[in-house]
Write a protein that binds this ligand. Structure first.
Ligand SMILES: CC(=O)N[C@H]1[C@@H](OP(=O)(O)OP(=O)(O)OC[C@H]2O[C@@H](n3ccc(=O)[nH]c3=O)[C@H](O)[C@@H]2O)O[C@H](CO)[C@@H](O)[C@@H]1O
Length: 361
């Protein structure tokens, strides 16, 4: 067997795992051994444990909060423990290269990689780098970006724009299967609602408050987030899910329009699949405002309409979703200008180069 070995990290939310899920199968096909460092309870553990032949290692993690909390005093020790644990794992598994998709769990892993002199590559999918990636960049050899504009926020010698990495299987969905899964039909256009991988209370509330008006125009697939399904709502044409794994490609194939948060991975998936979208980015009160930049960039290029969270009311939602339907052809025309670059292949070859393995098989 081959001794090619790679270690992945990234987690906290699905947005920090999905790119790993897209590239891991390619490395597996080429005979690489795969290790993954993640947290004890993060979504990465659940998503990675669904894969065969990936060894998952848990480490202690801290959260980098922008607000006061007693936990802020304990967290530096947890992060330090995470560095020591990662240092031991890297020493034992001896990967030739490490790939990080970001999130808090990745910071100690990258610090340990640097101490072990193991080359590391980071992927940043948002318009501006997140706090975890900012801390980890000094330890990395390369930083790959989804948005071309992100390059200006990164060290020139490390930054490389590669575009969005989308999972292959999302292009292989079947509309009829998707309709059957959601118990819907072809009588009205299908609106898919996704409030990010964790769901959005704000979007869920606005949608449910205007459900009858929305159902007059659309049938709805509502991915609400963990514990957010409301079983008391039983309306024809309205189908709820907590979180979707294998069935996502079929549900996407059944989708005509999208209402979504503006997480980078999700919106590039909708663009690659040519789904006109209305975006409600996470507000500046709850984040560094990266989703607002993601959404503005999409709006500027004609791929999406956008409503800021503070302006979201039931009436506005109904009005904007009617407008989205009316402007479908214009949005699709703009979307045709987007070329889905060979980002995945580029990520893979950059990772291999960083590990000085080149493209040898
Ligand atoms: C609250 C928060 O911190 N959000 C951040 C997080 O978003 P979040 O974790 O929501 O990430 P994204 O929107 O980028 O991606 C979500 C991913 O989960 C997948 N998916 C979602 C629902 C589902 O049921 N099944 C499923 O597979 C989507 O197809 C997509 O690939 O990471 C993104 C990428 O760094 C950032 O832009 C967001 O600001």
């Amino acid at each position: 067997m081959s001794d090619k070995r790679i270690l992945f990290t990234g987690g906290g939310s699905a947005g920090h795992v999905i790119v790993n899920l897209a590239v891991i199968p390619h490395f597996q096909k080429e005979g690489w051994k795969i290790d993954y460092i993640g947290s004890k309870n993060g979504i990465e553990k659940e998503l990675i444990s669904r894969l065969d032949n990936v060894e998952y290692h848990e480490i202690s993690t801290g959260k980098l909060r922008r607000y006061f909390s007693k936990e802020n005093f304990k967290d530096p020790f947890k992060v330090l423990k995470g560095v020591l644990q990662s240092y031991r794992i890297i020493g034992k598994r001896k990967p030739s290269v490490i790939f990080s998709k970001g999130g808090f769990v990745s910071v100690p892993v990258l610090a340990a990689a640097w101490l072990r002199k193991t080359p590391a590559v980071i992927h940043e999918s948002d318009y501006t780098p997140g706090l975890a990636n900012k801390l980890a960049i000094p330890f990395a050899k390369k930083v790959l970006t989804t948005f071309p504009e992100t390059i200006q926020h990164l060290p020139e010698t490390k930054a490389e724009w590669i575009g969005a990495v989308v999972r292959d299987e999302l292009f292989q969905g079947n509309r009829e299967k998707g309709l059957a899964i959601a118990n819907l039909d072809n009588s009205k256009p299908i609106l898919l609602i996704m409030g990010g991988s964790g769901g959005s209370a704000k979007i869920n509330g606005s949608v449910r408050g205007s459900l009858d008006e929305l159902l007059a125009d659309y049938q709805i697939i509502h991915i609400c987030g963990k514990n957010n399904v409301d079983p008391s709502i039983k309306k024809e044409g309205y189908s709820q899910f907590e979180y979707v794994n294998e069935e996502l490609s079929d549900l996407f194939a059944a989708t005509d329009f999208v209402l979504s948060r503006a997480g980078s991975n999700a919106i590039f998936e909708f663009l690659a699949l040519r789904k006109p979208m209305l975006l409600v980015p996470l507000s500046r009160n709850a984040s560094r405002g990266d989703q607002i930049l993601n959404a503005k960039s999409f709006q500027k290029q004609g791929y999406a309409h956008m409503v800021e969270e503070e302006e979201l009311t039931g009436d506005r939602l109904v009005k904007e979703l009617k407008r989205l339907k009316e402007e479908k052809m214009t949005i699709l025309r703009h979307m045709r200008n987007y070329e889905s670059r060979e980002a995945k292949q580029q990520v893979i070859s950059t990772i291999k180069q960083a590990g000085r393995i080149g493209s040898q098989k």
